[in-house]
Design a binder for this molecule. Structure first.
Ligand code: CA
Ligand code: CA
Length: 500
């Protein structure tokens, strides 16, 4: 335990010394001008060293300057003044919304007085100092938003919303900062009266992926100022979330008496103290090892807490690599789209040339309309169109006639079903049946009379063609013979019975 405390103490002192000694570093972290999650808010809902208002909501991870609801304004201002001549502020934020367009935007402020709720991105107009606007909404319809711009004001100028401040800006860049996979970042650096704005587009999680947005020389800002962020929504709305503000003051190591530089005597004193603590820590470590020879893991556990492990580093590298691959694939995809577009244009041009050469062979006209007097053979003529229309009309008339006819028939059928059949129709069908019967009778008579006129058939041998009279005679004879035979047979049987 003592070992851990000593390590912590030595680290704290090391950080303190490195921050104090101007010779060792040029940048000094200003924790009273910064905030960062997690555990951003205290139990009473306030943020240490900062105050928020309007519709801003502070959570553990970020400050939601405005929620994505219409006509909201919010802000957060540092309680302490930034008094350094040179400084650097890194702001991490997200602007997210479901709409294709968002509004109105977010502003970073460095002003001599804290702003209040007002018309310029949620804060007051006529400010004295610097504003950096992340303007989502294109008020002047120049199709140049989302836009990032810096604007200085001496407390006299009014921000021109109608032109998106395009005439008032110090400089800017057209960058989309909405709906990015990772938080976007802006680094605002004011050093030797030069303002530089770097932007990180949030496509990767690599903190170094900054690109230059603007640089302006001879920018004179108030010597001291408050840092603030504000945002506003309008008819359209975005969530404007600020995840962190990290402020560093930049000090010249050579400048005597500059903030951060200390006299040589004091520096030696700190160095001596540092060395004493380091020796003390080493001795404590040795003692601990002697007392606990088996406990080897303690140090490594401690180190794991302070440094990233090999596995974490590899994962991070893989992640970065994938991000790069993603970017490259996206570029390739865009280039392929370009190539396909060119190819299609070329093909259409070739087909146009072909249609010009082959004349009648090509039936279809090329896309893009009539090309400077090229004759298109085999296109449909006016009279053909008229003929087609006339045919269509004829067909329509015929169809109407047919429809009328079908309607009349169906009406008649309907009436017939409702009433008994008319006398005329009944009589006609009766006549038809009668005629058919008469015809049938005649045919039969003809058939009966016909054999009498044909004497060809022999009477006995071939009974194929006999008359009905002959047939009856023949049948009568046969019957008589059959009865005679039966009588004869029965008398014979009776004689036989007598004999037995
Ligand atoms: Ca705007
Ligand atoms: Ca615009």
């Amino acid at each position: 335990m003592a070992n851990k405390i000593s390590f912590f103490v030595i680290c704290t002192i090391l950080c303190g010394i490195s921050a104090v000694l101007g010779q060792l570093t040029h940048r000094k972290f200003e924790y009273k001008l910064s905030f960062k999650g997690p555990h951003l808010v205290q139990k009473d809902g306030t943020i240490p060293f900062w105050e928020h208002g309007g519709h801003a909501i502070a959570s553990d991870e970020s400050i939601r300057i405005t929620p994505s609801l219409r006509s909201k304004k919010g802000y957060v201002w540092g309680k302490n003044k930034l008094t350094s001549e040179s400084w650097e502020v890194e702001m991490t934020f997200r602007v997210t919304g479901r709409g294709r367009l968002g509004a109105d935007g977010l502003a970073f402020w460095y002003t001599s007085q804290k702003g209040e709720e007002g018309p310029v991105f949620g804060s007051s107009d006529m400010w004295n100092g610097l504003a950096v606007f992340f303007d989502s909404f294109d008020n002047d319809a120049q199709h140049n938003n989302p836009y990032i711009m810096a604007m200085t004001n001496d407390g006299t100028k009014q921000y021109d919303h109608q032109t998106d401040g395009s005439a008032q800006q110090l400089g800017g860049c057209l960058r989309d900062f909405r709906n990015k996979p990772f938080p976007v970042r802006a680094k605002i650096e004011y050093h030797k009266k030069a303002l530089t704005l770097f932007f990180h587009n949030g496509m990767t999680n690599n903190r170094e992926d900054y690109e230059l947005c603007l640089r302006a020389e001879n920018v004179y800002l108030p010597a001291e100022g408050y840092l603030g962020v504000s945002a506003a929504t309008g008819g359209l709305a975005d969530d404007h979330d600020v995840l962190s503000i990290l402020t560093h003051t930049l000090n010249e190591p050579s400048a005597p008496g500059a903030p951060g530089s200390v006299p040589e005597e004091e520096r030696r004193k700190f160095e001596q103290e540092f060395n004493e603590y380091r020796d003390k820590l080493e001795r404590a470590k040795d003692d601990y090892r002697k007392e606990h020879p088996d406990a080897k893991t303690d140090d490594t556990e401690d180190e794991d807490k302070w440094y990233e492990s090999q596995q974490q580093r590899e994962l991070k590298q893989i992640f970065d690599g994938q991000n790069m691959i993603h970017t490259v694939i996206r570029d390739l995809n865009r280039k392929i789209d370009e190539v396909i577009g060119r190819q299609e244009r070329t093909i259409s041009q070739i087909s146009m040339i072909n249609s010009g050469n082959t004349g009648q062979v090509v039936q279809q006209p090329p896309a893009g309309g009539n090309q400077g007097g090229q004759a298109y053979v085999d296109t449909i003529k006016r009279h053909e169109v008229e003929t087609v229309i006339q045919n269509g009309r004829d067909i329509l008339n015929t169809a109407r006639d047919l429809k009328a006819m079908v309607n009349s028939v169906s009406q008649k059928v309907g009436q017939g079903g409702a009433a008994p059949p008319s006398g005329y129709e009944n009589q006609a069908s009766q006549h038809e049946v009668r005629d058919s019967l008469v015809n049938l009778q005649n045919d039969i008579k003809h058939l009966i009379n016909k054999p009498a006129a044909v004497p060809v058939c022999p009477v006995i041998e071939t009974p194929k063609c006999v008359s009905s009279t002959l047939l009856l005679v023949f049948l009568a004879v046969q019957t008589v013979i059959f009865i005679g035979y039966m009588a004869y047979k029965s008398s014979k049987e009776a004689a036989a019975k007598k004999f037995y």
